[in-house]
Write a protein that binds this ligand. Structure first.
Ligand code: HEM
Length: 157
């Protein structure tokens, strides 16, 4: 793959919006997971912390951890795309991500579901600061990270 063009502006937009969402992790984690389940109700049973409940739990540590990982790693990916023109995830981290998702039964289309949930959560959190440029920057970074994880999952298969 050739060099990826990810601008300073895009990097700044991703960083700024993560700073805003970070101020209320319980709220936005809940929103993020509610969106995932609204789009793909069947995804519920993949998550250990959702399997035995009817409602998305508020302030659940594992739920918050997953939401934070998705946002934070996407943000880190944005920084790398701008600095290096590619995604750099430590091999051990990528192997871990590959095996966790493979074991949990995650499939390629689920990554699109999570992306849509991420976009909707940004919309909710940013209000009038949300626009297509913000969405584009997050989407681009997320797609690169998701591709790295999906590729690793296929290698472990
Ligand atoms: C677990 C990151 C996408 C489902 C994990 C873990 C990480 C992680 C780091 C380990 C547990 C933790 O630290 O919370 C990511 C990242 C993603 C992504 C960075 C995308 C860029 C997805 C998608 C799905 C998914 C698309 C399916 C809809 C799960 C499940 C677990 C998990 C079911 C096990 C959690 C549990 O049951 O406790 N993910 N994930 N992830 N992930 Fe993801």
């Amino acid at each position: 793959m050739g060099e990826i063009v990810f601008t300073e502006k895009q990097e700044a937009l991703v960083k700024e919006s993560w700073e805003i969402l970070k101020q209320d992790i319980p709220k936005y984690s809940l929103h993020f997971f509610s969106q995932i389940l609204e789009i793909a109700p069947a995804a519920k049973d993949m998550f250990s912390f959702l399997r035995d409940t009817d409602e998305v739990p508020y302030n659940n540590p594992k739920l918050k951890a997953h939401a934070v990982k998705v946002f934070k790693m996407t943000c880190e990916t944005a920084i790398q795309l701008r600095e290096k023109g590619k995604v750099v995830v430590a091999d051990t981290t990528l192997q871990y991500l590959g095996s966790v998702h493979l074991k949990s039964g995650v499939l390629d289309p689920h990554f699109e579901v999570v992306k849509e949930a991420l976009v909707r959560t940004l919309k909710e959190g940013l209000g009038e600061k949300y626009n297509e440029e913000v969405e584009g920057a997050w989407s681009q970074a997320y797609d690169h990270l998701a591709l790295a994880i999906k590729t690793e999952m296929k290698q472990e298969d």
